[in-house]
Design a binder for this molecule. Sequence first.
Ligand code: ZN
Length: 190
Amino acid sequence: MADGGQVKNIEHDAEREARRRTALAQIRQYPDPVLRMRAREVEVFDEALARQAARMIALMNDASGVGLAANQVGSLLRMFTIELGEDEPAQAIVNPRITPLSEELESDEEGCLSLPGVLVPVERPISVRLEGQGVDGRELALELDGLSARAVQHEVDHLDGVLTFDRTTPEARREALATLRPRVVIAGSR
Ligand code: ZN
């Protein structure tokens, strides 16, 4: 019947929403102190690292995110996962280094899986060179612009313990902290 398709869609969306909530529950939320720590360089490229990368990619996909840093899953390895465009498979970048390729800055709203309900303007270089390694240790270098350039800068900030509201306007920072405050009270009272 004609309605069948819609019912299935609703079920599908409900299932997707349930997956998203389950994923978010596994992602560290502000004010978890691990989000303020600097992650360490990865020196050993082993099975455990590959497993962690695979787990982060699955979580990122389930949470409908485009990027996820190790701090956000409670790990202090310098690694993040990222989806660089819709046709690109998600990948893990280890020991990332970013060099701006232009002096031109652009401001855009950024959300974060660890800061629910917070969307603040962040000014960043519009194009960057990203160097680092894959989970197998092979060296890589990419030139990125637009949303991809913004996304990798956001992830490297995480690895340095920096959050979006550290880089926004004083007004937006105040608003962000006000949005997050009720959660802090709830977490503290448990
Ligand atoms: Zn984030």
